[in-house]
Design a protein around this ligand. Structure first.
Ligand SMILES: C[S@@+](CC[C@H](N)C(=O)[O-])C[C@H]1O[C@@H](n2cnc3c(N)ncnc32)[C@H](O)[C@@H]1O
Length: 382
């Protein structure tokens, strides 16, 4: 059964702004300013080499730095900058020595910004001021080109922290999609770590690679983007090759056995799923596998606040839902987890998987005695 679904999510829905508003630039890429500017930028940005170097691999190795110095210091030609107007609207520009920014509010030359500090305000010929900053990763992810729906920054933060992605870690993720999560994982594993990103769709993998290269300013030395099926890629590595596995795909339960093979004892399996039915199936599959600790499941909800004078209240709109996270840790091979102390409710696992009794949902059955007491109370109140 296909439930919700990663590819479906991305095919049907445009990205949503974290404020929860479906802004024009989110939903209509053909007419909006942000996207138009992005396309313009894309035309002027050097294209990364996306041709496969060997079967199944997009080959990004051999580089010894991650260009982190690009992210601070005075603004330079080639820097990506985000312009924010008085209404908080963003435009993204890549600075070129002879570049000119045009909008219906006038223009300015890029060389007015080159050599200036971040946080500068530039004023167009029409008198409109823009604050100029290098975009944060969260800004970049929400405006970058995409094939697949991206993991939102709030969830990427949770994943990096709760999957305990550390410098030097050996991580495998699938699917790569548009590469949004890959960027966060790469930042966390650092130059000395390793991230194998597996994507079954070559067209998505190419977009992901362009995004990763675009963000870091070049290929990341720790990255091994790979086109293929996760289970096949896992098989091509010795058992226990990875410290962490992160899954963002339609049917992660199909890969629990692969996760058990890939992960070293103590390794973390983390999955991001869109629907409760996916979450349930994944948790039950991890439990049934027996090679992991008791799985944990949660979601994170972020609510923005409007803070102005005495008007201090939650924002009216918010992103109500993105996805759920599920985490388990790999046990040593051959080890059985101690039996759970909290037993599932009787009937919780009907053989057909279709026991819709209250007990199956963890409700305590109501005793006849309690019902009689309630009825007596009602009669007395009449
Ligand atoms: C929602 S997208 C991932 C988005 C990505 N995490 C990001 O932040 O940009 C899910 C991707 O998983 C890929 N996928 C699904 N099953 C897969 C599998 N078994 N092996 C490799 N890739 C898979 C799909 O092609 C799709 O691109």
């Amino acid at each position: 059964m296909q439930v919700g679904g990663s590819v479906d999510r991305e095919a049907k829905r445009g990205p949503r702004h974290p404020s929860g508003r479906h802004r024009a630039w989110d939903t209509d890429p053909t007419t909006t300013r942000q996207q138009t500017q992005h396309r313009r930028d894309a035309q002027t940005t050097p294209k990364p080499n996306t041709s496969p170097t060997r079967a199944g691999s997009l080959g990004c190795g051999g580089v010894d730095q991650t260009f982190s110095s690009n992210r601070h210091g005075l603004l330079r030609a080639g820097d990506r900058v985000q312009l924010t107007d008085a209404k908080g609207r963003h435009s993204t520009v890549i600075l070129k020595p002879d570049g000119v920014f045009h909008s219906h509010r006038g223009s300015f030359r890029h060389d007015q910004l080159i050599g200036q500090p971040e946080g500068t305000v530039v004023t167009t010929s029409g008198g409109t001021g823009y604050v100029v900053l290098r975009p944060l990763l969260a800004d970049f992810v929400l405006s970058m080109p995409r094939g697949a729906t991206v993991v939102y920054p709030k969830d990427a933060g949770q994943i990096v922290q709760m999957a305990d992605i550390y410098p030097g870690a050996r991580v495998i993720e699938a699917g790569t999609g548009s590469g949004a999560l890959s960027i966060s994982l790469l930042r966390a594993v650092g130059d000395q770590g390793k991230l194998v990103s597996v994507e079954r769709r070559e067209d998505f993998a190419v977009i992901a690679q362009a995004n990763v290269v675009s963000w870091f300013g070049g290929p990341h030395p720790a990255w091994e983007p790979t086109v293929g099926e996760l289970a096949d890629v896992v098989q091509s590595h010795p058992d226990g090759s990875f410290d962490r596995m992160v899954l963002d795909m339609l049917a992660p339960w199909d890969n629990v056995t692969a996760a058990a093979a890939a992960l070293t004892p103590g390794g973390v399996l983390m999955a991001y799923v869109a629907t409760t039915t996916q979450m349930s199936r994944l948790v039950e599959t991890i439990r049934a596998d027996g090679g992991f600790t008791e799985p944990e499941a949660w979601e994170s909800i972020v609510r923005g606040w409007h803070v102005e004078g005495l008007a201090v209240r939650p924002e009216h709109r918010m992103v109500g839902h993105t996805g759920f996270l599920v985490r388990g840790r790999r046990l040593a091979p051959g080890v059985q987890a101690p039996p759970r102390r909290r037993r599932p409710a009787p009937g919780g696992y009907d053989a057909d998987g279709l026991d819709w009794s209250p007990e199956a949902f963890g409700s305590q059955p109501v005793s006849d005695r309690k019902l009689r007491r309630v009825r007596r109370g009602l009669e007395a109140a009449e």
